[in-house]
Design a protein around this ligand. Structure first.
Ligand code: SF4
Length: 201
């Protein structure tokens, strides 16, 4: 089994952990596991690329995905996602030692991952894995955040230069919260769904 030690370390941190070689197998697994529920998403291009919202809509009560939306529509979907029974998001980085890392701009993604659901699924590609927590935080700041800022065309030094984080004070700064999931929260189930493909940023 690839990534065996990583999965073992996640479980030692009380996360459930599953591995699928392809995104197609992972979305089939999620569709079988999540049925008849209200489902909320944090912003996730990994889940968008998997067409996860459309797949889950087929057999769940409602699916709220703010990822492709903006303005009032984004806020409405994000608000509804916050109270859904099941919440799905990705991570900006994962440490082989079993911790997960997310940076957030608006707060809906991290807020929704910490409280208020029956279960949270973190769905991510193997390209997000780094050997240590320190390197995972580095990746979240210097790879994921930089790529996101560039993608949105924000007026930040990282978007202008595209090389690294400058810990900017720009009004467009997207790195407003850094969340490290050291262990599973007591309040609800949390599962890491690792996919053996390159997905997201
Ligand atoms: S803090 Fe600023 S410079 Fe650094 S990645 Fe975030 S937006 Fe870019």
């Amino acid at each position: 089994m690839p990534y065996e030690q990583f999965l073992k370390n996640l479980r030692a941190n009380r996360f459930e952990a599953s591995y699928f070689p392809t995104a197609a197998e992972a979305i089939d697994y999620l569709c079988a596991a999540i049925r008849g529920k209200t489902v909320g998403f944090g912003d996730s291009h990994t889940l968008l690329a998997m067409n996860a919202a459309e797949r889950l809509r087929a057999h769940n009560t409602a699916v709220y995905d703010p990822t492709p939306l903006s303005g009032d529509a984004f806020k409405e979907a994000a608000d509804k996602a916050m109270t859904a029974q099941v919440f799905l998001l990705s991570v900006n980085a994962a440490a082989e030692t079993g911790e997960l890392v997310n940076i957030d701009s608006s707060g809906n993604r991290v807020a929704g991952s910490l409280w208020g659901h029956e279960k949270v699924y973190f769905v991510f590609g193997a390209n997000k894995i780094e050997p240590t927590l320190e390197r995972a935080i580095w990746r979240a700041r210097n790879v994921a955040a930089v790529t996101n800022a560039s993608r949105f065309g924000f007026r930040t030094p990282c978007a202008a230069k595209g090389d690294r984080c400058y810990n900017c004070a720009s009004p467009d700064r997207i790195c407003n919260t850094l969340c490290v999931y050291m262990k599973k929260e007591k309040s609800m189930d949390m599962e890491a769904v690792l996919i053996g493909e390159e997905l997201g940023y």
